[in-house]
Design a protein around this ligand. Structure first.
Ligand code: HEM
Length: 462
């Protein structure tokens, strides 16, 4: 049975290329081998097949539980950070049950209830920066998204323990963002102390401190139950499984950690990119400000959320440099034909979100930031998939979009900002996701006055 082609270099070289330059590695492979290719990333495991044709992606994402499965044990790279009871590392029915438990508090009315927190936190964070003093916009957006997710998870973000936890989490993620730290995950033999160059040990120590704070919070809640609390921790503590059992402390820790990490790191980067593009392409900024200004003072969150151009800017931001390069891996259960190949059971397949979003046939001039694409055409969920799809589709999809739009609208309508320089910023690996290859420096030039204007005079951003 012939399998899709891929690089023939030794395993070690393929892993290094994947760790240090994943996007150019995928682009080269797509150019050379086409819509499906295999990259070897582990010993004794067949090459992982990377897909970028929407038809193939549709097939793998809609056939979860039937011809394919989304095994949690294949997400082992996340285990050192998130543990074995995270929704990301669980499989089958347990995975489904956790998804159902976590979904309600970050959707619908509950999610919309965080509108005011998002706006207030955004204002507070941006107010900390002085006029004409350059700052890294990603640090600011991370401070915003971390506080917001802390509020959702614990119901507070400014107690001494919450502040300490935020500080430690930022440090932990910063340490884990280098390709070297990612190499530790791919080469478990490196996961030990190496004297003075002790990156892994340092990460583990930070993680222990984070865990201690989370366990303290759990314990305090157990000792002082409060039925009026509506935060995610209270909800998880009340939940019972089919046998009437509550979640153990370790299960609680893993799920809280998952939401804290998955729930802020990605949105922080997406917001930083949005700020970059809006200020990089003057026509986009002009058009967006006109749309926002026409809402007048204190528009309500639902109205902001529905703004067409703001939505298009957020969509294009997540298209051009998707924060998550890939969907989680799927495993073929019964022999399937996919993209002209017969794939035997056990074959790992993965959707390359990055490559799909860079397809010239779907997105002409894919390296150009053009929000108009999303006003002119409706893309299918397999052509445009920044949040993945199927059985493991992002649980925070709605939450992230809500937060992105409200925070962006707040910053842009309140302050006049500029990029410090015109240097091009490109994406690079940041831990297991992506981020800017160097700091996006911005300055606040002053407060903005809202100037309602006619939308008809707005030009195209092309
Ligand atoms: C711009 C922000 C975000 C992006 C781009 C993003 C992207 C993704 C992607 C691509 C996946 C994998 C989907 C798949 O395999 O099909 C995922 C999974 C997940 N995301 Fe997000 N995400 C974002 C924000 C969030 C937020 C705010 C939360 C929580 C509040 C969150 C929680 C999760 C969880 C728990 C999973 C695992 C789902 C599972 O295994 O069943 N994400 N995300």
């Amino acid at each position: 049975m012939q399998l899709p082609k891929g690089p023939q270099t030794p395993l070690f070289i393929q892993v290094l290329r994947w760790v240090f330059s994943p996007m150019s590695f995928m682009e080269e492979c797509a150019q050379r081998y086409g819509d499906i290719f295999g990259i070897r990333l582990a010993k004794d495991v067949p090459p992982i097949l990377f897909l970028s044709n929407p038809k193939d992606i549709q097939q793998i994402l809609t056939n979860d539980t039937n011809q394919l499965e989304a095994p949690g044990e294949w997400n082992d790279l996340f285990k050192p950070l998130l543990g074995s009871y995270s929704v990301i590392t669980l499989s089958g029915e347990e995975h489904q049950r956790q998804r159902q438990l976590l979904m309600p508090p970050i959707h619908g009315e509950r999610m919309r209830g965080y509108g005011q927190v998002i706006t207030d936190v955004t204002e507070k964070v941006i107010n900390q920066y002085q006029i004409d003093q350059p700052f890294n916009i990603r640090s600011a957006t991370q401070a915003i998204t971390l506080r917001v997710i802390m509020q959702a998870v614990f119901g507070l973000h400014d107690s001494p323990r919450a502040k300490k936890l935020q500080h430690l989490l930022s440090e932990l993620l910063e340490k884990g963002s280098s390709p070297l730290s990612v190499a530790f995950l791919y080469f478990p033999a490196l996961q030990r102390d190496f004297g003075p160059i002790n990156l892994w040990g340092e990460q583990m120590r930070l993680q222990q401190q984070v865990d201690e704070l989370i366990y303290q919070e759990i314990q305090e809640r157990q000792e002082n139950p409060d039925s009026l609390r509506t935060d995610i921790l209270s909800l998880l503590m009340d939940a019972k499984d089919a046998e009437g059992q509550s979640m153990t402390d370790v299960e609680l820790r893993d799920e809280l950690m998952t939401l804290l990490i998955a729930g802020h790191e990605t949105t922080a980067t997406a917001l930083a990119w949005a700020m970059y593009w809006v200020h990089k392409v003057p026509a986009v900024k002009e058009k967006l400000l006109q749309e926002l200004d026409n809402l007048g003072d204190n528009p309500d969150s639902n109205t902001i959320f529905k703004l067409p151009y703001l939505s298009a800017v957020c969509s294009e931001t997540l298209r051009i440099y998707p924060v998550a390069m890939l969907t989680f891996a799927r495993r073929v259960k019964t022999t399937i034909s996919l993209g002209g190949y017969e794939l035997p059971p056990g074959t790992p397949v993965i959707g390359s979100i990055y490559l799909t979003h860079q397809r010239e046939d779907l997105y002409p001039q894919p390296k150009k930031f053009k929000p108009e694409r999303f006003l002119e055409k409706q893309f299918s969920p397999y052509e445009y998939l920044p949040f993945g799809g199927g059985a493991r589709r992002c649980l925070g999809l709605a939450f992230a979009q809500w937060e992105m739009k409200l925070a962006l609208a707040k910053i842009l309508s309140s302050y006049e900002l500029e990029l410090v320089n015109r240097r091009e910023v490109r994406p690079k690996r940041r831990g297991l996701v992506t981020g800017p290859d160097h700091p996006i420096e911005m300055v606040i030039k002053g407060k903005r006055q809202i100037k309602p204007r006619s939308l008809e005079r707005v030009g195209s951003a092309e």
